[in-house]
Design a protein around this ligand. Structure first.
Ligand code: ATP
Ligand code: MG
Length: 682
């Protein structure tokens, strides 16, 4: 118990001890929000004896969940059943495993990733832009709109078309027992919504719920949380409006702003000390974010004084940038800094390429989090497709991917013919081939192909049976039966691909070793959920997108590509305030040093372009002679104003707060200090 509180300040301790009812902890970066939530979990279990299985702690990325699990296990004694601490999607997956039968579906469903989703959409319609349709379908699902609803709402022909594609897409998923990422949450909500008894027992089970990074929840996630809390209302969320970076995915700052209306009886806690970053880092981060208008406005006081100034690197192009960064990283390593305490961050994944080259050349090992994932490589997708068909014979989508791999002389035309016939018979391709007499099959395709297909489905079935008996030996049986390594025989990159396949086989064996009773489909779903790649652990620095870095901290941070067009990213649908929040998130990952890099030109999308340095340098007060422009205020004593949370009040006084104006406002007798940008004049 002592251990839990010894590292907390008073506000953190108060928040930890407020175990009942809704709690909102609103605070800036590095103020110990995650620390508080993890301590609260430990306090619930060890301090007041709540069974670990009655708690649920949710966050957004696998890496963040992993870090929280580590922090929690340091605070608690060894538990036989550790508390469930995972991403929203993982929670959905577990929930659906147990409950999807209530929707008339089998629980050996397979989770598809965004690539699979796009491929399915493209198959249904190749005219409209696939990414647009993919994101619209996502939007519908997150708004709980059925294809019918979507059709009725569509004002324009294009949207009617998209609604139709959505309908076909849904049918396809159902027929093949597939589930996409949005379904993991949408179907979970649907089940709870349509089954009050299930909602009650589930809520009773998770009597204490905690959510990190609440600013990134969307409307559907809020609804899900409300269902989960329906019998107790014990929910504690932590968040920072300045770090909301998933607006493009429908995240709502509103969820934080109106938390007290969504969960009645909320206690609010604020944490105002920053324990992470040295003073100069915090100063530039605060200066940058102050340029945003839509903020709640929070205090963030440095507790770690001193520290080096921010380093700015200017290079002529990306190669020079990579060289400079590699040199700097090497210097840090030589001075005894541990590799895992260094991270390179970027706004868009493509920028990692040149840095990777630079690091490789300098012999610096790195871990790439996210980006072009191991699992996105063709050879790995092939293996995954084999596993999918073996767990679910009716997965036509994967069946077609592997039917001619390694080459079996099966042309696309033959496969299409069989697919048509199978669908006309309302069966899957696999089942159709298995059931139909070979003589009938020969009327559709060449006799040689008919034989090949018959053998193929027979082999699949026998490997599937073998998998049921011994998952551990499964890989050998798979390879001996299908000779998958032959797919790439003779290709120039055969060695690399076979190495990747071996690595995959190794991953599979490790998984089975760790959970011997697990089945193939559990392995597959686990893979799909891994939005990041957990490669070899060891002495390597980290490289990741700013999105993936949320919630993490490193002693030394390098941010590359601080140019107009890259950070901030400008263009269709981009939102400068969200870009600034991304800048803020990236700066505040740093504990000791922050290096910001920009180049004069970059090779991008097939050509070299001249670039201008990011406006964020200026806004963060990092340009020589950059004038910090003072804002004017239009408020004066006596003005009637409205605030989103506190309602209507009257201005009592105006004062300066940094570059902003602070108003002292009387809200029905309670006086509060509020930044001028948060109220509007009535
Ligand atoms: P972010 O907004 O980036 O998610 P956060 O608010 O979740 O940040 P934490 O990651 O919990 O912040 O904490 C930041 C750092 O401060 C961590 O290294 C943590 O160990 C340390 N820390 C938290 N609380 C205290 C405290 N009371 N005293 C000293 N250090 C603390
Ligand atoms: Mg955090």
């Amino acid at each position: 118990m002592e251990k839990i509180f010894e590292k907390l300040n008073n506000s953190q301790t108060d928040a930890v001890k407020q175990t009942e009812g809704p709690v909102l902890i609103l605070a800036g970066a590095g103020s110990g929000k995650t620390t508080t939530i993890v301590s609260r979990l430990a306090y619930l279990i060890e301090g007041i004896g709540i069974p670990a299985s009655n708690t649920l702690t949710l966050t957004f990325t696998n890496k963040a969940a992993k870090e929280m699990r580590e922090r929690a296990s340091n605070m608690m004694s060894n538990l036989a059943y550790p508390p469930l601490l995972c991403t929203f999607h993982k929670f959905g997956l577990l929930f659906l495993k147990f409950n999807i039968h209530l929707l008339g579906r089998q629980n050996n469903f397979v989770v598809i990733d965004s690539d699979d989703k796009k491929r399915i959409i493209k198959k249904i319609n190749s005219e409209l832009a696939t990414p647009l349709i993919a994101s619209e379908i996502s939007r519908y699902k997150n708004s709980l709109l059925t294809p019918d609803d979507a059709y009725k709402q569509a004002e324009f022909f294009n949207y009617q078309q998209i609604a139709k594609i959505y309908e076909e897409y849904e049918n396809y998923l159902l027929e093949n027992n597939l589930v996409d990422f949005d379904d993991l949450i949408a179907l979970t909500f649907k089940l709870l919504d349509e089954n009050p008894e299930l909602a009650r027992t589930t809520s009773d089970k998770y009597r204490y719920i905690m959510v990190d990074e609440y600013q990134d929840t969307n409307e559907l996630q809020l609804k899900l949380l409300q269902k989960l809390c329906s019998t107790h209302n014990n929910i504690c969320v932590v968040g920072d409006d300045d770090q909301s970076i998933y607006g493009w995915r429908g995240a709502h700052i509103r969820n934080i702003m109106e938390f007290d209306q969504d969960f009645i009886g909320t206690s609010v806690f604020k944490l105002e000390e920053n324990y992470r970053s040295r003073e100069p880092i915090l100063k530039v981060a605060n200066a940058l974010i102050e340029h945003n208008r839509s903020r709640l406005g929070k205090k963030l006081i440095p507790t770690r004084g001193g520290g080096e100034d921010i380093t700015i690197l200017n290079s002529s192009d990306e190669n020079e940038e990579a060289r400079k960064i590699a040199t700097k990283v090497n210097k840090l390593l030589d001075s005894g800094v541990k590799a895992e305490d260094i991270a390179v961050l970027y706004r868009v994944n493509v920028l990692s390429r040149s840095i990777e080259d630079g690091l490789n050349r300098a012999g610096i090992a790195y871990k790439l989090v996210g980006g072009l994932r191991f699992y996105d490589r063709a050879e790995i997708k092939d293996l995954i497709s084999y596993l999918r068909v073996i767990t679910n014979f009716h997965d036509d989508f994967s069946f077609k991917r592997i039917v001619n791999k390694p080459k079996r002389g099966m042309g696309k035309a033959s496969v299409d013919k069989i697919e048509l016939a199978a669908h006309a018979n309302e069966t899957s391709i696999f089942e159709y081939i298995e059931k139909i007499a070979i003589t009938d099959l020969e009327t559709l395709v060449k006799s040689k192909n008919a034989k090949t297909l018959k053998k193929f489905v027979k082999d699949i079935r026998s490997v599937a049976n073998a998998a049921k008996e011994s998952t551990y030996n499964f890989i050998d049986i798979l390879e001996d039966t299908f000779h998958l390594k032959d797919i790439y025989k003779g290709l120039p990159d055969e060695v690399e691909r076979v190495l990747n396949m071996d690595e995959f086989y190794g991953l599979f064996r490790d998984f089975i070793k760790n959970s011997p009773s697990a089945s193939l489909d559990e392995f597959l779903n686990e893979l799909t959920l891994q939005s990041e790649q957990d490669q070899v652990e060891g002495d390597s620095i980290y490289m990741m997108s700013i999105h993936a870095s949320k919630g993490l901290e490193f002693d030394h941070i390098f941010i590359i590509g601080l140019e107009e067009g890259f950070l901030p990213l400008v263009g269709d649908g981009s939102d400068l305030e969200e870009e600034r929040r991304l800048g803020y998130v990236s700066f505040t990952r740093a504990k000791d040093t922050l290096t910001l890099s920009h180049v004069d030109s970059r090779f991008y999308k097939g050509r070299r372009s001249d670039l201008q340095k990011s406006r964020f340098f200026n806004e963060a007060g990092l340009c020589e002679g950059s004038l910090i422009v003072e804002k004017n205020t239009a408020f004066k004593k006596g003005d009637l104003v409205r605030h989103k949370i506190f309602g209507t009040g009257r201005v009592n006084g105006v004062s300066k707060s940094g570059r902003e104006f602070k108003l002292n406002i009387n809200f029905a007798g309670t006086k509060r200090d509020i930044l001028a940008s948060f109220v509007e004049r009535l």
